[in-house]
Ligand binder design. Structure first.
Ligand SMILES: *Cc1c(COP(=O)(O)O)cnc(C)c1O
Length: 397
């Protein structure tokens, strides 16, 4: 028996669709709300803002934990960190000139531990799971989330069980094993992996770290939004273009917009958010175009971008809400155009991009061509992961 905290944590959990249940005490493990929708962490911004300023960040650690007061780290907890976040916002002038854009930037998440932005979410989730005393963490993943969980669980001294589709690329499996995770390969997609992980986990008492079923991964991912605002001098770009699978990245950036406004740190219009999906798996784009509030599962999902091969997402309502609330949009790109995007980012800017990162450039080309994005708009592309685990795609061309 561990001795519980003497004070409740300085954050709590609320239903993301305000079904009326809760609030929930963050001092205990929680997953989805009773209504089946995600829970989100809420903070007392007046209190946090009274003791925290933008200026104090000048001396803060160069990782996402520079925003610790806005993260699920309670007094006395240890942050499980490998130096994730505070990634560069790289100007892309050559591609900008080609597209006729004066201000094109790439937020390069390849600089994270295990080579993707999934590190941020897992740093936050494993920190909280560690504080709550979890013994075994389990996650279904298309690849990068498994690698990130494996690394952070290893750092925290907690066992990791990862479940991936059998056809996942070999480097992902090896990287998980490198960090000592137990790897299970399943027939089917990430949704099938999720079912199997949940079944085994229920019987074995594992702590499920599935995206948005677990409420703290999104807290780590929201720091991409905090960083973009800080790196631009506490203002937003006109557009943020994001490759969307489960949607936690979009939901996190939108949450950052709300929170930075609540803190009074960023004024002025919020960025318009663009969801990019693969033509072979585009449930969010289809729902956005149909004006729907939820996304039906995509049949026969197929794309070279593993992170985008997510046929159904528990956070669909939140993604669609963020897209519409921001005045954003949703587009699909072909696998060929994604790989072309990887090559363009690599050749023209020196940026090593995963196909998901290449997808954002392909989407940008469409949006500029269709005059949705204007020449004087400032655009940030999210390169969510690095090229190194996908080099087979480069060789094939
Ligand atoms: C997981 C992943 C995505 C999708 O992110 P979501 O937050 O699930 O929408 C995009 N790119 C890469 C490289 C990923 O690993």
């Amino acid at each position: 028996m561990t001795v519980g905290p003497t004070m409740p944590p300085r954050f709590h959990l609320e239903c993301s669709v305000s079904c009326g249940a809760g609030p929930f005490d963050a001092g205990h493990p929680h997953h989805l709300c009773h209504c089946g929708r995600p829970l989100l962490a809420r903070y007392d911004w007046a209190r946090i803002g009274a003791g925290w300023s933008r200026e104090s960040l000048r001396d803060a650690v160069p990782s996402m934990w520079r925003y610790a007061p806005a993260l699920p780290l309670d007094d006395g907890d240890r942050a499980v960190t490998l130096g994730e976040g505070w990634t560069p916002l790289v100007p892309a002038p050559a591609l900008g000139a080609e597209l006729g854009l004066e201000r094109l930037l790439v937020k390069d998440e390849a600089a994270n531990p295990t080579n993707s932005f999934k590190a941020r979410g897992m740093s936050a989730a494993v920190t909280r799971a560690h504080a709550l005393g979890a013994a075994t963490l389990a996650v279904p993943s298309a690849g990068n989330a498994a690698c990130a969980l494996a690394a952070y669980a290893a750092n925290a001294g907690i066992e990791a069980q990862v479940f991936m589709p059998r056809d996942v690329k070999t480097p992902f499996i090896r990287e998980c094993r490198l960090h000592g995770a137990a790897v299970t390969l399943v027939d089917g997609l990430i949704t099938d992996a999720g079912r199997i992980a949940a079944d085994q986990g229920r019987r074995s008492g594992w702590y499920d770290v599935s995206t948005l079923k677990e409420p703290y991964r999104v807290e780590g991912k929201k720091t991409m939004g905090y960083e973009i605002a800080e790196q631009l001098g506490w203002r937003w770009p006109n557009w943020i273009v994001y490759p969307t699978g489960g949607g936690t990245g979009i939901v996190g950036i939108w949450k950052a917009c709300e929170e930075l406004e609540a803190l009074g740190w960023v004024k002025g219009p919020r960025p318009r958010l663009v969801t990019v999906q693969a033509a072979g798996c585009a449930p969010m784009v289809r729902a956005f175009d149909a004006g729907a509030d939820t996304a039906d599962p995509w049949e026969g999902a197929a794309t070279v971008a593993d992170g985008l091969r997510v046929p159904a997402a528990v956070g669909d309502v939140l993604v669609l809400r963020a897209l519409r609330g921001s005045g954003g949009t949703a587009v699909t790109v072909s696998d060929d155009d994604m790989v072309r995007g990887m090559h363009d980012l690599g050749r023209r800017e020196g940026i090593g991009a995963a196909p998901e990162g290449g997808a954002t450039l392909a989407a940008l080309r469409q949006l500029v061509r269709d005059a949705v994005i204007a020449p004087d708009d400032e655009v940030v592309l999210l390169n969510t992961g690095g090229a190194l685990k996908y080099l087979d795609l480069v060789e094939e061309r």
